[in-house]
Ligand binder design. Structure first.
Ligand code: ZN
Length: 262
């Protein structure tokens, strides 16, 4: 047995004592992958994050003072502070000053989730891990059933907002404005499902498609087709035609595929 750090040594289930040397530092070989050894602050941050995700700590809860957290975890105050900085950078906690100040579990706003997802999806997209085909497939999986849900659950103000989005898109002169209104329209359908998670998840996909994959020029007649498709979708939603709304959305997504490049 040599002392080299080979794969077979690491996967061995029976630790072999390292040869004793005069230095007195050798001991039993530890078969723990290096990647699992995390800094103390990271372990504290991970545990606090788990408490938040599991709902043990909820939005608005005040965290115990640093000294108390330090003694609970058996780490120094500076380690606690570093863990809190890490959680704050992820938007999970926020610190306020003053007499009523302290460190609190954040109240997460949908816009923050959308923004985080947009940045992350934007960074990944265009790689083999996340191709435009993946984005369009996910979009289909979200929007086609969403149109059906919107037909069943919408309120009158949703239809009103959808019609206004169509009017604004028609009135927009530049393509940036038109695509922005186009995205709004699709976001409004997500909102009309009454499921608050859907707009949060779908909007980042719409945004990344527009910022990363839009062709420089639309085909002739593209916007007239969009207007017609949108009007049909709204009509089906308004009349509560769930199947028709889904079918109209599916056809529309096929029609606008040419606006995006690979
Ligand atoms: Zn559309």
């Amino acid at each position: 047995m040599t002392s080299t750090d080979t794969g077979s040594t690491v996967s061995s289930s029976a630790p072999t004592p390292a040869p004793q040397t005069g230095g007195g530092v050798a001991g039993p070989r530890i078969n723990l992958p290096v990647s699992r050894l995390q800094p103390a602050y990271q372990q504290v941050a991970d545990q606090l994050r788990s408490l938040i995700i599991q709902g043990e700590l909820v939005s608005g809860d005040r965290l115990p003072p640093e000294a108390e957290l330090g003694s609970s975890f058996g780490v120094s105050r500076s380690t606690v502070r570093e863990a809190l900085r890490s959680l704050a950078s992820q938007g999970l906690i926020e610190t306020t000053r003053g007499t009523t100040g302290g460190t609190f579990v954040s109240r997460i706003k949908p816009a923050a989730v959308t923004s985080y997802l947009e940045t992350s999806i934007g960074l990944m997209s265009g790689t083999d891990d996340l191709t435009i085909a993946h984005l369009l497939e996910a979009r289909d999986m979200l929007e086609v059933p969403a149109a059906s849900l919107a037909a069943k659950r919408h309120r009158p103000e949703h239809v009103e907002a959808l019609r206004q989005a169509i009017t604004r898109e028609k009135a927009s002169r530049g393509r940036t404005g038109k695509f922005s209104e186009h995205r709004q329209f699709h976001g409004l359908i997500m909102a009309a499902t009454g499921n608050g998670l859907l707009p949060m998840v779908a909007d980042p996909i719409f945004r990344v498609l527009q910022t990363r994959f839009l062709n420089p020029v639309e085909a002739e007649g593209f916007w007239a087709m969009v207007d017609q498709d949108h009007e049909e979708i709204v009509e089906r939603i308004e009349t509560g035609d769930a199947e028709g709304a889904s079918a109209a959305m599916r056809a529309h997504l096929t029609n606008i595929r040419s606006a995006y490049h690979d």
